[in-house]
Design a protein around this ligand. Structure first.
Ligand code: TYD
Length: 392
């Protein structure tokens, strides 16, 4: 049974960057649920994949050094540990992972054709299609044996998880390995990072819930690693149950115990989280209004989907945050979804004149603080809402 625990208000599609904020855009009520049986946390309203992932999709994995480094590291690990003949990446974006492999060793699947074209031009076989059973049938016919499937921050974006894993098991070789990584529900709840929930993030996985889904497909997790990416993610290593050649690491049990201890299998934990988030909103609004009362200027750094979720939940507009800066070309001179706050192309000059910067990309805090050391040295302050609203 799905039980409701938090209402994040009326939200736009969080990656819908428009050139004019007056353009009418689709909005929906963002509510979060916990399933008492499967332990899955999900958003209540499902937007169709076609509306979310299309030829104008703005998110690029290759724009952050943190992500590039992370993909490089896992690519080396994949080659060394599993030495696969053929790798399939579901959600290959602009190629941050696949470009670490030779062209004949890897296939990409990326429904956003603007992104798929980037890797196609570099000679990587990339299907600009949604991941579904039909595509898995095509791949099975064409490529006899896919022995490693990798997918980062993608499977949780697909509504029908049964079809996702049925399609995976259709193409994965008997001794094959599936590696998936996604934001960790434990980190998300611990950090009060409610902005991990928006239309694209239909689910936020815990190891407990993922185990329940995989069970249905005779798949099991044999290792799990904690990552720093996206504010705390989990990388799951998965195999078929019948493959006894791979041992199950003690990390799996440790992670399950950690999550059970925190209460990720109980509704009450989420109910309490919901209450904390309402307080977090009040506190963030208070910080912003006090700064503005003193006529100090605030800008936003990183026009993320997460920032759009926070701004819409807290009903913040350009009277509070003058503008956002972002390095992504596709977001420049557009508006943060659902707000009248403009996004300007990142330039160090834009940082100089401000007193406060709201960290929209709080998950890249380290990288950003390093880059903006001059701003910090001259007394500039950052504002964040993670793990609780404060000025740094
Ligand atoms: P991410 O946190 O992955 O976004 P989302 O919540 O949308 O999934 O994206 C980071 C955004 O921050 C991206 O638009 C690029 C931007 N960014 C900068 O502008 N400068 C930086 O130094 C960094 C690290 C990110």
């Amino acid at each position: 049974m799905n039980k409701f625990f938090l209402n994040l208000g009326i939200q736009p599609l969080a990656n819908n960057y428009l050139p004019n904020f007056r353009i009418k855009q689709k909005k929906y009520n963002l509510k979060l649920n916990f399933n008492t049986k499967s332990k899955i946390v999900s958003i209540s309203k499902r937007i169709s994949s076609k509306e979310m992932f299309h030829s104008k999709y703005p998110y690029r994995s290759s724009l952050s050094k943190t992500m590039i480094d992370s993909f490089k590291k896992i690519s080396l690990e994949i080659s060394k540990k599993f030495n696969p003949d053929l790798i399939l990446e579901i959600g290959s974006n602009d190629g941050a992972l696949i470009c670490n492999f030779e062209q004949n060793k890897v296939i990409g699947v990326e429904p956003c054709s603007n992104l798929a074209q980037i890797t196609q031009k570099k000679g990587y076989k990339t299907y600009d299609k949604y991941w579904d059973y039909n595509l898995s049938k095509t791949l099975k016919k064409k490529f006899k044996k896919i022995d490693l499937i990798y997918s980062a921050n993608t499977l949780t974006h697909i509504s029908d998880l049964d079809e996702v894993f049925r399609s995976i098991t259709n193409v994965l070789s008997n001794s094959g390995v599936l590696i998936i990584e996604d934001p960790s529900l434990l980190e998300c709840i611990k950090n009060n990072a409610y902005d991990q929930f928006y239309n694209e993030h239909i689910y936020v996985f815990s190891i407990i819930s993922l185990k329940n889904i995989l069970n249905k497909f005779n798949l099991e997790i044999f290792d799990v690693k904690n990552l720093q990416t996206h504010g705390g993610s989990l990388r799951y290593y998965i195999k078929r149950k019948k493959n006894k050649k791979i041992n199950i690491s003690s990390n799996v049990k440790k992670q399950i115990i950690k999550e059970v201890k925190f209460g990720l299998d109980k509704f009450i934990t989420f109910k309490k989280f919901g209450k904390k988030i309402e307080k977090s909103r009040e506190k963030l609004i208070k910080i912003f209004t006090e700064i503005r009362k003193n006529n100090k200027k605030i800008i936003g750094y990183g026009a993320t989907a997460k920032a759009a979720t926070v701004m819409n939940y807290c009903k913040i507009n350009s009277n509070i945050i003058s503008f956002f800066i972002d390095t992504t070309k596709e977001k420049t001179n557009k508006y943060l979804p659902g707000t009248n706050i403009k996004i300007l192309k990142y330039h160090s000059k834009l940082i100089k004149k401000n007193d406060y910067i709201f960290l929209g990309a709080w998950n890249f805090k380290k990288e950003i603080f390093k880059k903006e050391i001059k701003f910090i040295r001259r007394g500039g302050k950052f504002i964040t809402h993670v793990p609780y609203p404060r000025i740094i």
